[in-house]
Design a protein around this ligand. Structure first.
Ligand code: NAI
Length: 463
């Protein structure tokens, strides 16, 4: 095994492994350090992929139990085999993580097994051995956070990791945090039979997303059975053999209440994962939130040491990390690159999905930008009706004078797929007229986007 590389990437999540593969494609001798037994980081092992496997499976179970009969399919005796559903999820994870191992071999990226530490500029230590690298890239991702006084045991009080491996359906579940993880994993267990209560500190769910979309999403999810307690904070959670007892108080002060649950999911955000990296000793600075501080070229204050993904500022999203990894690899190979952080889409994989790109209506108001809004409901779309999926809408925000699309917000069937059209239009600086003058196939859900673009100009056909 060689001890000297052009690039050593620390961390094999979507940021790190993609960056390593791109570096290798560009002819750089590359190694990637990973301490897990499998590649792919949080996303593939205990995040995006397993949660999507459980979301897909539980959605089908829910549909078989509650929606098939409305389409003329009688399903007597549908039952849950949780162990097999977990096996299905594990197989999905296994196929994905092994896929990355194959890609590393194919591209000649060397996997250095163990925890990586930056000993100094140009040198990384892995499992007691030192390796030289012209460029070091920190891509160590993020870790769960808890609340003061609440200890995650991954059995009764779980993080997203524990919520993916429960071996029986809890009768009751309290989810702390009405963000992305809370809604996705709360939905999974609610569909499988838990009575789920979401306790959110703010007076709304999904902070950062468009307010109208968040409101609609809450309405739909409440109809499905999720209970919301907004403007409430959990001040303690104590577990014993009977379950977990939580103390919940209004965020603005006042009388609180006691809740009990079989399982509590803590989903109040994540923090940069920098443990054991040796940042202090190597003189690498962090920002006020403990994230690795980088310049516009992802370089830290130490020359030749870079960082990408969740461990630096910006949205903690796999695709943001991937983009940064590609751009950095290309810059190291002498090319140039750019990422427009305003055009990083966000998707919540509830049913229906929620997706967004660009500015929210609240942001445009705050920035004093003149805009026009066009909204169109899925209930007026033939394909959505035929799918039995009529909840939600597409909302397009366009500049009042130039018509340039500034934001697109969707709650509705396949929102995560539909948002790609908006991303491309916005990447090209397109207008809402560009969307509605483009021929959209009929009957498709995409026609809702076209109608929303027409609605910006007050000329939707089907409403
Ligand atoms: P989040 O930031 O999305 O949501 C956390 C929620 O917890 C917020 O609504 C916050 O107001 C609330 N909260 C904070 N303290 C609280 C308290 N004491 N009591 C009650 N509520 C409290 O974080 P989340 O859901 O943990 O996700 C972590 C990260 O992972 C996010 O950056 C998210 O974008 C990412 N992620 C993305 C996914 C996707 O793209 N589909 C899926 C899962 C995670």
């Amino acid at each position: 095994m060689s001890d000297s590389f052009d690039v050593i990437v620390i961390g094999a999540g979507p940021g790190g492994y993609v960056c390593a593969i791109r570096c290798a494609q560009l002819g750089l001798k590359t190694a990637c350090v990973e301490k897990r037994d499998t590649l792919g980081g949080t996303c593939l092992n205990v995040g995006c992929i397993p949660s999507k496997a459980l979301l897909s499976a539980s959605e089908k179970y829910e549909a078989a139990n509650h929606h098939f009969s409305g389409m003329g399919i009688d399903t007597k005796g549908v039952s849950l085999n949780l162990a097999n559903m977990m096996k299905f999820k594990d197989n999905v994870v296994g196929a994905n993580t092994k896929g990355i191992e194959f890609l590393f071999k194919k591209n000649k990226v060397e996997w250095l097994k163990g925890g990586g530490k930056v000993s100094k500029a140009g040198e990384v230590e892995v499992a007691g051995k030192k390796y030289a690298a012209k460029h070091i890239i920190i891509a160590t991702g993020s870790d769960v956070v808890s609340l003061p006084g609440i200890t995650i045991d991954e059995k009764q009080i779980v993080s997203s990791t524990g919520a993916l491996v429960l071996n029986k359906v809890p009768k009751t579940m309290v989810v702390i945090g009405g963000g992305v993880i809370g809604l996705e994993l709360g939905s999974v267990w609610q569909r499988l039979g838990s009575k789920v209560t979401v306790v959110e500190y703010l007076d709304r769910i999904l902070p950062g997303m468009d307010g109208e979309v968040a409101k609609e999403a809450q309405k739909i999810l409440a109809k499905q059975g999720l209970e919301f307690k907004l403007g409430m904070k959990v001040t303690s959670a104590v577990s014993d053999s009977k379950g977990v007892t939580l103390r919940v108080e209004p965020a603005s002060g006042g009388k609180g209440e006691t809740l009990s649950a079989d399982v509590v999911l803590v989903a109040v955000g994540r923090k940069a994962h920098t443990d054991g990296l040796g940042l202090k000793e190597a003189g690498i600075t962090t920002d006020e939130r403990g994230r690795v501080a980088v310049d516009h070229h992802f370089q830290t204050n130490v020359k030749g040491v870079y960082a990408i993904g969740d461990v630096i500022a910006g949205p903690m999203l796999a695709h943001k990390a991937e983009e940064e990894g590609i751009i950095l690899a290309e810059m190291l190979a002498g090319q140039s690159g750019h990422i427009d952080y305003n055009l990083v889409p966000g998707v919540v994989y509830t049913h229906p999905e929620i997706a967004a790109i660009g500015k929210t209506e609240e942001q445009l108001k705050q920035e004093g930008v003149e805009y026009k809004a066009g909204k169109f409901p899925f209930s007026a779309n033939g394909r959505a009706r035929a799918m039995g999926a009529t909840d939600g809408f597409v909302k397009i925000l366009a500049h009042a004078k130039t018509d340039r699309v500034l934001g697109v917000h969707i709650v509705g069937p396949e929102a995560g797929t539909l948002i790609a059209e908006a991303a491309i239009v916005m990447e090209f600086g397109g207008s809402s007229e560009d969307i509605f003058r483009t021929c959209h196939a009929h009957p498709t859900l995409e026609e809702v986007t076209k109608e929303a673009a027409l609605a910006v100009h007050g000329r939707a056909i089907h409403s």
